[in-house]
Design a protein around this ligand. Structure first.
Ligand SMILES: O=C(O)c1ccc[n+]([C@@H]2O[C@H](COP(=O)([O-])O)[C@@H](O)[C@H]2O)c1
Ligand SMILES: Cc1cc2nc[nH]c2cc1C
Length: 356
């Protein structure tokens, strides 16, 4: 796997079909028959059309929704780029497994299940509900050399795609991306910088809440990591290996795998969007399957969503990650589906002036 090309990774994950344009057109026409001025439900209408195109059904019923929280640690933390210590990563994994984190609360409220994956946590973890898929115990410090080998990067992506396939076999109809990894806004900013050509000063943010002084240092660490590793912008696997993270690779694979299985994917915050950037660089066909949930407070997130061409549903000043913005937006996904299922048409309700 160490010598796998980008094409081999893409082919291994499988074909991603274009959306069903007939179903999307039928949904758009039906929306214009519902008792409202055409287009007046705004992004809810766009979402309903997108979901019809993805599922091939004009009125999809999405009952089984899974948020996949990928956890990994980051060697670059030794440079002092986060406000919190790396121990918090495994501690929060146990919190997810015991149902006490914000993502658990919001997922319960939205009717989604939480799947927690150890793909690269630095310490050994055991728990009956943990998906134990550890590839290595945290990345190496990307300020000094590559974060991981190409083989590990490929394995992280394929692991994510396998998890998507397994969950689809278990009935998952819609995915939400989530992650946990102290330090992971640094590799996410590095990915954004390399793939967009923007300098770290524009892509780095405060993450868990670092000071002005630490932010300047984080920018220097990012500049050094990119200079030392020289990631190739035309090869997202090279970028992932040199300046990425295991949970980011896992999420990129999950996103690609979910799309290959014909399932919509709700993208959470900055780190999840960096994974989506890697995924679209591996296979641009994934893009129509993506739903941007929110724009987080991490300063580079707006730029990242612009690079992806995605318009977020919510702006809640959140910056937690875990999949929290993603599961919060599921209420809007449900709203779009219920509009299609339950609203009356001009004809059925006897309201004048509808599209003919
Ligand atoms: O999702 C976001 O936009 C987001 C923004 C800032 C921080 N986070 C979370 O905070 C951690 C990364 O922050 P940091 O400062 O340690 O790089 C990681 O566990 C993420 O889930 C997440
Ligand atoms: C407590 C805590 C919870 C988190 N969840 C996601 N990132 C996090 C970072 C911290 C520090």
């Amino acid at each position: 796997m160490g010598d796998w090309s980008l094409e081999q990774v893409r082919e291994h994950i499988g074909t991603i079909r274009p959306l069903d344009t007939a179903a999307a057109q039928a949904a758009a026409a039906y929306l214009d028959r519902l008792t409202k001025p055409p287009g007046s439900l705004g992004k809810l209408e766009a979402l309903a059309i997108q979901l019809a195109g993805i599922t091939g059904e004009m009125k999809p019923v999405l009952t089984k929704k899974s948020v996949v929280v990928m956890a990994g640690d980051h060697g670059v933390c030794e440079e002092g780029v986060s406000a919190f210590p790396s121990e918090v990563t495994p501690q929060m994994v146990l919190n997810f497994l015991n149902g006490g984190a914000a993502v658990n609360v919001l997922a319960r409220q939205a009717g989604a299940d939480v799947q927690c994956v150890d793909i690269g946590v630095a310490v050994e973890l055991t728990h009956e509900r943990l998906l134990a898929r550890n590839i290595r115990r945290g990345t190496a410090n990307m300020a000094k050399g590559p974060a991981m080998s190409r083989e590990e990067a490929v394995r992280s992506v394929l692991t994510g795609a396998e998890i998507a396939a397994e969950l689809v076999r278990q009935g998952t109809q819609l995915f939400v991306t989530g992650e946990m990894g102290i330090g992971n806004t640094t590799p996410s900013a590095a990915i954004l910088s390399v793939l967009s050509g923007r300098p770290p000063a524009e892509t780095a943010g405060r993450g868990t809440g670092i000071t002005d002084e630490k932010l300047l240092h984080k920018i220097q660490v990012l500049e050094q990591a990119i200079q030392i590793n020289r990631p190739r912008a035309d090869d997202p696997i090279d970028v992932l290996a040199k300046v990425g993270g295991l949970e980011i690779g896992g999420l990129a694979g999950l996103i690609l795998g979910a799309a290959a299985q014909g399932r919509p994917v709700v993208i959470d915050g900055f780190i999840s969007s960096a994974a989506a950037f890697i995924a679209t660089a591996v296979n641009p066909a994934v893009l129509p399957y993506l739903i941007a949930s929110h724009v987080s407070q991490e300063s580079g997130h707006r730029l990242l969503l612009q690079e992806l061409g995605l318009s977020p549903m919510l702006e809640m000043d959140m910056r937690l990650g875990e999949g929290t913005g993603g599961v919060l937006s599921l209420h809007l996904v449900d709203a779009a589906c219920r509009i299609m299922q339950e609203m009356a048409t001009f004809e059925s309700a006897g309201v004048s002036g509808g599209a003919t």
